[in-house]
Design a protein around this ligand. Structure first.
Ligand code: CA
Length: 662
């Protein structure tokens, strides 16, 4: 195909390796577009592509052009389709060994003068579509801002949404928002725009379909999850805003985020091959299995540096969730070291205010004592900085490289193994650069990193080997703060394993066995979920360093079978399988531990008790005896042995209850 003003192409199709998933890329009236079809069902209708850049240039014949590619472009050519495949290991995620095969093609767009302006790289496997832009240098320009994107997702009529509204920047506790901590809309109609500023990734949609869906108990529908990946210091994080009755468009951070510091528009280098934007991903399925099990967020990224140390994952005790700020003193942290040691857990997370309430010298003593008991420490840090007012210390240690490296050198000397950096609410490129810099520096000193009050990671498990997890969820702290979160704990619990946690490790900090969120277990908010629910979410909520809310008093006031389970609960996994679920109602999943043992876990949030009929022979050997942890109708839990045979055990899960089979 020749380039030129009069040689625009018709839309061109690329299909998945199995031929079921099809993407059409074309151009109508100067606007690039794409659509996504699964067999005969359209899941993403014809939707705009393109972006407006800050480029302006003049050609030798003195004609002027601008880099607004949201209009006035043509599809010039489509490359050959090439098959790409890869295998890699990622033992700190839901699947230790990952492999994929996909088809890729490059669609080249030109402006009206026939000048190549950008490519769309399209990557299609059997359940994921991903695309990125490559924007070309023009004239003498070697860099640009990408001021906005036309990239949109137009969904079929009747689609319902499972999405999280974006928070208003510089609101919330001490101006720390946005931090991905709002309530989901469940099965809500399209056309709303959250709190007026759209929704965060990942976003889930239920799309009505023509094709009869015998496989799914959810009726004739398909599921579509939107996300993005490969974002560190190279770009900003994005969100989606409602741009019509059934359309959502990519939007960049707001200028007020991060205390107003930094550009809301990302900047990119334009070298010889052009500058790349992040991958935008669309994961689809007739049921939620491909979504819960997707690895597309890691398939499309590369490690940004080698692990300098051998990072060890494990279970962690954490006093703050039950005893709050007051517990951050030497004596109570020592009590928690003893508790972690008694549980056989590897870590203790010491939360905010340790710098003043314990101090650096005594922290060295605490770390030494902990190590003598087989426990290592994670320390909390405030990200600040100049972007919010959060008063908790240590402050001002993480945002500049010189201070950060001094602090991390001290940590290494004191045997500290990890940090939890809190209050980083922004998706600006400058903020993403800071996340990346903290991770890269921490790797130099053998420090693992958890972020809280933060953005969503976008491929970071593979990009940064010492990255553990982000919060980016309305997490357990809200169970301590207010009763409403407890009243709907199970409802929210059923969506995380198939959505938020599907795209990356999630620091939820759950599995409380206290009846009340307080030290004496009498005052405070009241837990409505069962003890088996706590065990089930220890399996369903995945992150390789779990900060559990189990407390020292639970050694005597919680059931012995629950404590025994939590002593041996795994945090690293070889594999996982989605079994069944409906966000807001129930979820059933199986995870295979790195030691090779399957755990099947379920929770139920629906008024209607959930009846499970799982073929255990898919996971266990015939005549093998497994333990079934389950609840009676009054949420009283127990554990019973069961001999695996042809007949599946009949298990009923009441509302707010759970099941674990191991
Ligand atoms: Ca938080």
């Amino acid at each position: 195909m020749m380039l030129g003003a009069c040689t625009a192409m018709q839309a061109q199709e690329i299909t998945s390796p199995d031929g079921h998933l099809k993407v059409n890329v074309g151009c109508d009236n100067g606007v690039a577009n794409y659509s996504v079809v699964l067999d005969q069902d359209t899941l993403v209708c014809k939707s705009p592509l393109g972006m407006a850049t800050s480029l302006t240039w003049r050609t030798k014949d003195r004609k002027s052009y601008t880099g607004d590619y949201t209009k006035g472009v043509q599809l010039a050519k489509m490359s050959e389709v090439k098959q790409v495949s890869e295998s890699y290991s990622l033992p700190q995620t839901k699947k230790a060994n990952i492999s994929y095969t996909a088809n890729e093609a490059v669609y080249s767009f030109q402006n009206e003068a026939g000048i190549p302006v950008f490519d769309v790289v399209m990557h299609v496997d059997n359940s994921n579509v991903a695309f990125k832009y490559v924007i070309f240098a023009q004239g003498d320009r070697k860099a640009c801002l990408v001021e906005s994107e036309a990239t949109s997702y137009v969904l079929p009529e009747g689609t319902t949404t499972f999405i999280c509204p974006q928070m208003t920047p510089q609101t919330g506790f001490a101006r720390t928002a946005p931090s991905y901590e709002t309530f989901y809309d469940y099965d809500a109609p399209m056309g709303k725009n959250g709190h007026g500023r759209g929704y965060t990734f990942p976003a889930l949609f239920k799309v009505p379909t023509k094709m009869v869906n015998a496989k799914s108990s959810n009726g004739n529908c398909a599921w579509v999850m939107l996300n993005e990946t490969n974002i560190g210091g190279n770009y900003c994080g994005s969100r989606i805003e409602s741009t019509g009755s059934r359309s959502y468009g990519i939007k960049y951070p707001e200028q007020t985020e991060f205390g107003g510091v930094g550009s809301s528009a990302p900047g990119i280098m334009l070298d010889g091959k052009g500058g790349e934007t992040p991958w935008r991903t669309i994961t689809v399925g007739r049921d939620l299995k491909p979504i819960a099990e997707t690895t597309i967020q890691w398939d499309l990224v590369k490690p940004q540096y080698e692990a300098k140390y051998d990072y060890k994952y494990g279970r962690s005790a954490w006093s703050w969730i039950i005893r709050m700020d007051a517990s951050c003193n030497y004596d109570e942290q020592k009590e928690y070291v003893d508790f972690a040691s008694a549980m056989g857990w590897e870590y203790l997370l010491v939360d905010a205010l340790w710098d003043t309430n314990i101090g650096y010298d005594r922290m060295e003593q605490l770390s030494k004592y902990a190590q003598s008991k087989g426990v290592n420490l994670f320390l909390w840090y405030n990200s600040n900085g100049y972007w919010n007012d959060a008063p908790q210390g240590p402050r001002g240690k993480m945002h500049r490289m010189i201070d950060r490296r001094k602090e991390m050198a001290w940590m290494q000397k004191a045997g500290i193994k990890g940090i939890k950096v809190d209050f980083v609410g922004s998706d600006k490129q400058q903020t993403m650069q800071m996340y990346e810099d903290i991770l890269a520096d921490a790797n130099e000193y053998g420090i693992m990193v958890i972020f809280h009050g933060c953005t969503l990671q976008r491929g970071w498990e593979r990009m940064y080997p010492n990255f553990v997890s982000c919060e980016a969820v309305r997490a357990s702290e809200n169970l301590a703060f207010g009763q409403n979160d407890n009243d709907i704990e199970a409802l929210a619990g059923t969506i995380h394993p198939v959505l938020r946690n599907a795209v990356g490790n999630m620091d939820f900090g759950g599995s409380a066995l206290n009846k009340h969120y307080s030290k004496n277990n009498e005052r405070g908010t009241t837990r409505k979920t069962s003890d088996v629910y706590a065990l089930a979410t220890a399996i369903l909520f995945q992150t390789p360093v779990q900060n559990f809310a189990v407390a020292p008093n639970n050694m005597t006031d919680a059931p012995a079978w629950a404590i025994d389970f939590m002593k041996s609960v795994p945090v690293t996994w070889e594999d996982m399988k989605f079994i069944d679920g409906y966000p807001g109602k129930y979820v059933v999943m199986a995870r295979k531990s790195s030691a090779g043992n399957w755990y099947i876990a379920a929770i139920n949030a629906d008024d209607k008790p959930l009846t499970l009929n799982i073929n255990l022979l898919d996971y266990f050997n015939v005549a093998e005896t497994v333990n079934i942890y389950s609840d009676d109708a009054n949420l009283q839990g127990s554990v019973k042995p069961f001999k695996v045979g042809k007949i599946a055990p009949k298990i009923i899960v009441p509302k707010n209850g759970g099941v674990v089979i191991k």
